[in-house]
Design a binder for this molecule. Structure first.
Ligand SMILES: O=C(O)C1=C[C@@H](OP(=O)(O)O)[C@@H](O)[C@H](O)C1
Ligand SMILES: C=C(OP(=O)(O)O)C(=O)O
Length: 429
């Protein structure tokens, strides 16, 4: 797959979409399934490239993992049964695999090596390497271990109390995973809440975890117990079709079984504040994770300010929110989102380039952007920067463009949403 030209399609979008499994929860289901002794069955696993990297890492350590589409069965001998990997572990484009696995590998009694693709290789790893070194971890790598490739000499770790300097669920999770393998009680203090799937799944797998206000504590007192996981749909994937229905006149889409964890539903709050017409039905819960069907109908939108504690609740949705804002009346301002600079690409610069090329008015700032609407989009040739969220945002932009949107390379979409184009075409019939 390479370049793709999408003709303008200014007709109402209609239908139902089965949103694929949540990426964050899929990674964690394989990690906890592999650390627990016994059989863990995972349903609705996201068979995107990133989550497959996490599977390959544990297979290289001797865990039996069978993948049959979105059904995965993990058979593990538990933490004590993991073997030294004989080959370097390849994490591809996946920041979540890299950060969480460094937390695991640091506390296992063997040597390992990790590397990634050219994009992951540019992303900072010192954010996990630093706290893990405080726990006694031994890493070596580029720029003193700040960037992949990194080698890990596994050690018996000791507990720490770590106050989060960044708003990052990956850092929190790396320290908690290391805490699961360390002596004593590890405490993470998190002033701004980030996604809490690690905490929910640790509880479901029987770990000794307590959460009291801003403090999350974990010990290695109990071994994890293999537990089946049903993965809810990924709200970060649903966001693309929430946006499509919200900005194409006359549309109505229902997105099925989408995760509704409060730490992830910022996009729904923002859409409501902008004036979108949303309803949620069939709400249920699995493994501490709420999910339900979301219906969105087109309505006139207006610009808003998005900042502070809201940002971690929609961090991956900011590119698609920028597109929505370009079709809303008035100005939308995004602040406190400096983390966007160190994602798969610099997403502030990429949004400015892609939406700017298409005709939107985007003014970037150090930690966000201002978007002036409502601007007609004219179409054009855009670069995706090998970033799945940028490529999908550009594809959705074609629904409201006057001319064709040509995306230089759509292969990155396989990272998080392999059925994206199947769904894209199904809602135009
Ligand atoms: O923990 C996770 O599964 C993730 C956390 C977020 O990253 P940060 O922890 O860097 O904010 C998010 O952007 C990423 O897509 C997935
Ligand atoms: C930032 C993302 O993922 P990761 O950090 O796992 O590469 C994402 O999916 O938007």
């Amino acid at each position: 797959m390479g370049e793709l030209s999408l003709a303008p399609a200014k007709r109402p979008l209609k239908g139902n979409i089965e949103i694929p499994g949540d990426k964050s929860i899929s990674h964690r289901s394989v990690i906890f399934g592999s650390l627990a002794k016994g059989t863990t069955k995972i349903e609705n696993f996201l068979d995107g490239e990133d989550c497959l990297r996490t599977i390959h890492a544990f297979q290289a350590m001797g865990v039996e993992i069978e993948v049959d589409g979105t059904n995965v069965v993990v058979n593990s001998k538990g933490i004590d049964g993991l073997n030294e990997p004989l080959v370097p572990l390849y994490f591809g484009n996946s920041g979540t695999t890299a950060r969480l696995m460094l937390g695991v590998l640091a506390g296992l009694p063997f040597f390992s090596m990790a590397y990634g693709d050219p994009y992951l290789t540019k992303r900072p790893m010192d954010r996990v390497v630093n706290p893990l070194r405080q726990m006694g971890a031994q890493f070596d790598g580029r720029e003193g271990g700040s960037y992949l490739p990194i080698s890990i000499r596994g050690k018996q770790l000791h507990s720490i109390t770590y106050e989060m300097p960044l708003k990052s669920a990956q850092v929190k999770s790396a320290v908690l995973l290391a805490g699961l393998l360390a002596d004593g009680e590890t405490t993470v203090i998190e002033k701004t809440p980030t996604r809490d799937h690690t905490e929910n799944m640790l509880r479901a797998f029987g770990a000794d975890l307590t959460v009291a206000g801003e403090e999350i504590r974990i010990t290695n007192k109990y071994r994890l117990v293999a537990t089946d996981v049903v993965v809810p749909g990924d709200i970060s994937s649903a966001a693309f079709y929430l946006a499509a229905a919200a900005i194409v006149p006359g549309s109505e889409l229902t997105l099925k079984r989408v995760g509704l964890n409060k730490t992830r539903t910022g996009i729904l709050d923002v859409l409501e504040q902008m004036g979108a017409d949303l309803s949620i039905d069939n709400v249920n819960e699995t493994g501490g994770e709420k999910f339900g069907d979301i219906t969105v109908r087109y309505s006139k939108l207006k610009g808003i300010v998005i900042e502070g504690d809201m940002i971690p609740r929609l961090i991956d949705e900011i590119p698609i929110i920028a597109l929505i804002a370009s079709q809303a009346e008035g100005e939308t301002i995004v602040r406190d989102a400096e983390e966007l600079r160190v994602k798969e690409t610099d997403r502030i610069a990429a949004v400015e380039d892609v939406l700017g090329t298409l005709g939107a008015s985007i003014s970037p700032t150090e930690d966000g952007m201002a978007i002036k609407g409502e601007t007609p989009l004219k179409g054009g040739l855009v670069r995706s920067y090998h970033d799945h969220r940028i490529a999908m945002m550009a594809a959705i932009a074609s629904f409201v463009s006057e001319g064709a949107v040509v995306i230089d390379d759509i292969s990155s979409i396989q990272i998080s949403y392999p059925t994206f184009f199947e769904h894209f075409h199904s809602i135009q019939e």
